[in-house]
Design a protein around this ligand. Structure first.
Ligand SMILES: *[C@@H]1O[C@H](CO)[C@@H](O)[C@H](O)[C@H]1NC(C)=O
Length: 258
């Protein structure tokens, strides 16, 4: 299975387009720290370090939601094909927390954080989901009743650490403890018009262990596909009225009941 994180960050950008900026620099599972894919360092090593996060071109966003780039923040052209696999994956137990350490998030980039998983049908270090509907939402955080956004407010308050939990029901997505999982992390921000919302996806490869066997059979979505210009929460003016609730895009969070 592939856990996928969507951090959707909607910032009200005025005429000045802030070109900015963030990615997951570290993943912490239990006591283990995994360095993320570092787009300004990793490609320049003679032998690039092996990572659990799929390569990204830089710290910038994806705004065209129809591109494959919206899957894992890979280039459509220019060397990194969307969702190009990473060589490693991290073991995690069903029910365990995963902490994502984001680079410092720009204050202006308010918006939600959304997490999806997908189960890899084959070796996750080879698999490219393409347009297949394989993703299901496992966590989301938008705007609190008192107007605090998942990003930047809550993220900053947590030292740029975003935490989510692998659903306990998602145990043993293969019976040999060998479910290969890809975690996708997308932050989307900037969205009073389309294209405007900025999507910062990050695909993290994990392997979920456990002895259960639940998996959603319907409501799976594709990336690209799940979000369009018309999806509630994609176009949203954060400056409009701070008391206005924010509709988090995408399907309901999967709770294990299918
Ligand atoms: C996040 O990762 C950076 C880079 O590895 C590190 O310096 C920083 O201490 C980490 N933040 C936390 C809260 O662990």
């Amino acid at each position: 299975m592939f856990p996928l994180i969507f951090a959707l960050s909607v910032a009200a950008l005025t005429a000045t387009r802030v070109n900015a900026h963030g990615y997951v620099q570290e993943v912490v599972i239990g006591d283990t720290h995994y360095t993320g894919y570092l787009p300004y360092q990793d490609p320049y090593y003679p032998v690039p370090p092996e990572r659990i996060i799929r390569p990204i071109p830089g710290n910038g966003p994806v705004t065209d939601l129809s591109l494959i780039d919206v899957q894992c923040n890979g280039y459509t052209d220019g060397g990194v094909i969307g969702s190009k696999p990473a060589p490693l994956f991290a073991p995690v137990a069903a029910g365990q927390e995963i902490k994502l350490n984001w680079t410092t998030w720009p204050d202006s980039h308010v918006g939600p954080m959304i997490t999806y998983l997908a189960r890899a049908p084959t070796d996750i270090t080879q698999w490219m989901p393409g347009n297949a509907a394989v993703w299901f939402k496992v966590a989301e955080s938008g705007k609190t009743a008192d107007g605090k956004w998942a990003a930047t407010d809550l993220l900053s308050a947590a030292d740029s650490i975003y935490t989510f939990t692998i659903p306990p029901e998602a145990q043993g997505w293969t019976i040999h403890h060998s479910a290969r999982d890809l975690l996708r992390s997308i932050a989307l921000h900037g969205a009073f018009e389309y294209p405007g919302a900025q999507d910062y996806p990050s695909c993290i490869q994990i392997e979920v262990s456990g002895s259960g066997n639940a998996l959603p059979t319907d409501g799976l979505v594709s990336f690209p596909g799940a979000y369009t210009e018309d999806t509630p929460g994609i176009v949203f003016d954060v400056y409009d009225d701070p008391s206005l609730p924010y509709p988090i895009p995408g399907p309901a969070v999967w709770t294990g009941g299918n």
